[in-house]
Design a protein around this ligand. Structure first.
Ligand SMILES: Cc1cc2nc3c(=O)[nH]c(=O)nc-3n(C[C@H](O)[C@H](O)[C@H](O)COP(=O)(O)O)c2cc1C
Length: 383
């Protein structure tokens, strides 16, 4: 069935009600991540891992990743000695040819892993072993008995990316300080502290970021290899979502209600490649960038493996603090993926160094629960 934007919107306005349901469907009709995870918990048992260690890895896997590819792997070398790496089939060569974002995502995974291990009374010894960002094995870690850390794991479980319904209220200085100043940070890889810059949306730099983001999205949406790669990572149907448990689902892209029903049933890989879908993407982004408090741009001195892992860790550390302040952070990475904006950006904004994160930030009135899916441990643990 051919789906164009007009028929999609028309259908979305009809208030279609979904009847019946799969056992793992959420109230809005997509696959329910909590039910899947509860089912895993009953079934999971992995050679070489204790119940506690499986919990640590499950919590680590709740980290964010580009297109939700969940690029991480964990090889069990021996008890409490693991190697964290990435799986080539979950890289994004068309938008991330040097694995910059893979390493940022692995950093976020490591941050969750370290926190969860500490809560369970372990210290992590961590050593970067990769020589190239394209190496499959990246970090060697060992769990040692340590002190138990008091940290609310709910923060890891309830973190999510939100992209819509931001308020345009500016972020307060107190909130910015709270989320960006780093607290006790044990076992860090040695790198320079990052530089984060906040630009209100109505500042000249805010305008540059808005316009640059729209332009980069347009470029990317009409660059076939990038759009084909995106198409490969969208799980339109519940069946596909449940089988893959990674990638983007209608729920995680915040396509809810009748529109969600429609795309789950009638969209496929080809729909993503249509002109109308590409145009809708640019329209959606144009609307999103109009409403937010502002932008956080994070730069580093270099893009070494250690630096990128560290910047992934810091990103996650910040994300774990935002929900309690009703703040949403939406990475908008396209300016860093499409030429020439990546090279020009730091200069245009008057910043030194290399930009690692462009984050749209804003307050929410109500904070939705997480919905993006995660693979079971058996899909990323190598024994
Ligand atoms: C390195 C990186 C880049 C990302 N870039 C984007 C982006 O450009 N646009 C976007 O909407 N989300 C982006 N995200 C968010 C992911 O899509 C999101 O983390 C993933 O779908 C899982 O959903 P969750 O964060 O709700 O668990 C990015 C995340 C990471 C870690």
């Amino acid at each position: 069935m051919k789906v164009d934007r007009r028929s999609f919107l028309r259908y979305a306005g009809q208030g279609v009600i979904l009847l019946g349901g799969l056992s793992v469907m959420s109230s809005c009709g997509g696959v329910d991540r909590d039910q899947l995870l509860a089912r895993d918990r009953k079934q999971r048992q992995i050679a070489g891992l204790t119940e506690q260690e499986m919990d640590i890895l499950y919590l680590a896997s709740l980290a964010p990743s580009g297109h939700n590819t969940q690029p991480w792997t964990v090889r069990i070398v021996e008890p409490q000695h693991w190697i964290i790496g990435s799986a080539k089939e979950r890289w994004l060569p068309a938008v991330d040819p040097h694995n910059r974002e893979v390493l940022l995502s692995l950093g976020a995974f490591l941050e969750n892993l370290i926190i969860a291990a500490e809560v369970h009374g372990y210290l992590i010894d961590l050593q970067v072993i990769a020589k190239s960002s394209l190496d499959k094995e990246i970090v060697d870690i060992r769990l040692k008995k340590g002190q138990t850390r008091d940290f609310p794991l709910e923060r890891i479980k309830t973190r999510r990316t939100v992209r819509n319904n931001f308020s345009d209220r500016e972020i307060t200085a107190d909130d910015l300080k709270y989320i960006t100043i780093h607290h006790k940070r044990p076992h860090l890889i040695e790198v320079m502290m990052p530089h984060g810059f906040y630009f209100p949306n109505n500042s000249p730099q805010g305008k540059q970021l808005r316009e640059g983001t729209i332009e980069a999205n347009r470029k990317q949406a009409f660059r076939d290899p990038a759009q084909e790669e995106l198409a490969n990572w969208i799980r339109w149907s519940n069946k596909d979502a449940e089988a893959q448990r990674n990638g983007l689902t209608p729920d995680s892209m915040e396509i809810g209600g009748a529109a969600g029903f429609y795309v789950r049933n009638f969209y496929d890989r080809k729909s993503v490649l249509s002109k109308s879908f590409r145009e809708t993407t640019v329209d959606t982004v144009s609307k999103q960038v109009k409403t937010c408090g502002g932008w956080l741009v994070v730069t580093s001195q270099d893009s070494r493996i250690e630096t990128l892992l560290e910047y992934g860790r810091m990103f996650e550390e910040m994300l774990l603090l935002i929900r309690e302040r009703k703040i949403a952070i939406h990475p908008m990475t396209q300016m860093l993926e499409e030429n020439p904006s990546r090279d020009a950006l730091a200069k245009e904004l008057g910043l030194a160094g290399e930009v690692q994160w462009i984050l749209r930030i804003g307050y929410l009135n109500s904070y939705p629960d997480p919905v993006s899916l995660r693979m079971p441990l058996s899909r990323f643990v190598i024994t």
